[in-house]
Design a protein around this ligand. Structure first.
Ligand code: SAM
Ligand code: SF4
Length: 502
């Protein structure tokens, strides 16, 4: 039977009783618009998706949706998808199979369930998604989230809605800001998008096709967002963007500002104790960014700077636009600016034509830099990218073996970095209650979880912690002086320099 989705315009009308025809077309379903409707959202992939999911929740809160952890119970389920590797995309289709059963159960129980596929799989596959999974009601690309209420309305009216355009209108301007209660419920750390899209066109990567060209937000809008978060208890901001250090948003003076200037500006906002940013491209590191690390105690000395490979030949084939020697020089500049800098990175093994010699060069680079942690992936051909057409695909067994070898080296570096922190005093921003009664947990500058026995009133404060033990990846320590004054802002932070010899 053809799907009939005459779900009467639920999002336009916010009150009153509505008639909704089930997708089997049998019995009309009564929906009360006075009762909040339940929204379940599942995000895959990067921080950008986590942030986008929150903005969708904030936007749909205006339409009387409240979040639920239980998909089966939801009136609206959103899968916020990732297309970066094949495995990530395929997960979406398995999840849609499970949701089809949940939707059938909902209809049998007399209620409707709308299913939305958002994010980069939506952008890349568009209408193909509803062909493979007819249970889907709405497909929406990452640049159109602000149209979600209208798209749901269109799906109610027409049976289905698909939008994968790159609208010119600023989506951030239209997305609802989070309400104070939502900010407080999300904790003392927050992401803020400052830049989207990418113009680099690395030959393996789908991002320029799914997220579009680089766009930076204006400085005043970012500062407004950060102020709003700080006023509601957020102490740490991570600025995010697919290529965050390509940021060139318009400053209050009407000129494009680099990321370093933006960081200086945000560090002045009262209540912000810590700043981070991710993900950066080596070619977009400029003097303003190095200066920000030198001058801003609030800017954490921990940088994710993906290099992908240690072979110049492979870097060329990847179109990364820099050499291994240049990467080393950039790392040295950061280390010269701040001696406690530590680094993480991304690596791809088994890029087309990668030889044993190329791979050995990657191991050598890791060895020379000494990372605090790093992510490594097997190359995954993505349809439409230049690398997917290249000769010399590396066989699966070789990829597995190289990945295992690289991960072993990275793990040993991470363990050594962590072990060197035991016995030292680390500044910790406390984020939440720990698992044990009377325990709280926070993170060091290097994002290591640190547990202490202390009261919940310290949540949201930065305190020095004497770290005395490490279990797997978690640290345990003590507050040296129980009543030591809290670090209220970055201005006081300078007097408590981290003492890791990273
Ligand atoms: N903009 C960042 C940069 O310049 O490195 C990376 C963003 S991407 C979302 C995150 C990581 O996914 C990349 O650094 C890369 O290591 C990995 N990645 C991207 N495409 C991939 C592919 N086709 N196969 C395997 N890994 C991939
Ligand atoms: Fe993808 Fe990053 Fe390269 Fe852009 S810079 S194409 S996001 S890997």
């Amino acid at each position: 039977m053809a799907l009939v989705q005459k779900f009467a315009s639920g999002l336009a009308a916010r009150s009153g009783e509505l008639l909704n025809q089930s997708h089997t077309g049998d019995a009309p379903i009564r929906m009360s618009m006075n009762t909040p409707r339940k929204l379940h959202i599942k995000s895959y992939g990067c921080q950008m998706n986590v942030y986008d999911a929150q903005r969708m929740v904030d936007t749909l809160a205006r339409e009387n949706f409240v979040e639920t952890d239980n998909a089966a119970d939801a009136d609206l389920v959103i899968l916020n998808t990732c297309h970066i590797r094949e495995k990530a995309s395929e997960k979406v289709y398995s999840e849609l199979g499970r949701l089809r059963e949940a939707k059938d159960d909902a209809v049998r129980g007399g209620r409707d369930m709308k299913i939305v596929v958002a994010g980069c799989v939506a952008q890349a596959e568009g209408a193909e998604i509803v062909r493979r999974a007819p249970v889907v009601d709405v497909v929406v690309g990452p640049q159109s989230y602000h149209h979600l209420p209208a798209l749901l309305e269109r799906a109610n009216r027409d049976g289905r809605a698909i939008e994968t355009e790159f609208p010119l209108q600023d989506k951030f301007h239209s997305l609802a800001p989070p309400q104070p209660a939502a900010i407080r419920a999300r904790g003392v750390t927050s992401f803020v998008t400052v830049q989207e899209g990418c113009d680099k066109f690395c030959t393996f990567c789908v991002v320029p096709y799914t997220r579009g060209a680089e766009v930076s937000r204006p400085v005043t809008k970012i500062a407004d967002d950060v102020r709003r978060l700080a006023d509601n208890g957020v102490r740490e901001i991570t600025l995010i963007g697919q290529n965050v250090n390509a940021f060139h948003g318009e400053g209050p003076d009407g000129k494009p500002w680099p990321l370093g200037m933006l960081l200086h500006h945000l560090a002045e906002i009262r209540g912000i104790a810590r700043l981070r940013y991710t993900t950066s491209h080596p070619c977009d590191v400029d003097d303003s960014l190095i200066a920000a690390h030198r001058d801003l105690p609030a800017l954490m000395p921990y940088l994710h700077l993906p290099v992908q490979s240690g072979s110049d030949r492979i870097l060329g084939a990847m179109n990364r636009k820099h050499s291994v020697a240049e990467y080393h020089r950039i790392i040295e500049k950061f280390r010269a600016a701040r001696s406690d800098m530590a680094f993480s990175s991304d690596f791809i093994v088994g890029f087309p034509s990668e030889t044993e010699e190329d791979f050995a060069a990657t191991l050598a680079l890791v060895d020379q830099i000494g990372y605090a942690s790093a992510y490594s992936f097997k190359y995954s051909p993505r349809p439409g990218t230049p690398a997917a057409e290249m000769q010399g695909m590396v066989d699966a067994a070789t990829m597995d073996q190289r990945l295992a070898q690289l991960q072993q080296l990275i793990d040993s570096q991470q363990s050594a970095f962590n072990a060197a922190c035991v016995g030292k005093t680390l500044d910790v921003l406390f984020e939440q209650a720990g698992r044990r009664a009377g325990q709280i947990v926070g993170r060091s500058a290097y994002l290591q979880p640190v547990h202490v026995m202390a009261g919940a009133e310290l949540i949201g404060q930065v305190r020095p912690v004497a770290v005395n033990s490490l279990e797997r990846y978690s640290f345990f320590g003590e507050l040296p002086a129980e009543h030591a004054p809290a670090i209220a802002s970055h201005r006081d932070h300078a007097s408590l320099t981290a003492t890791t010899g990273a």
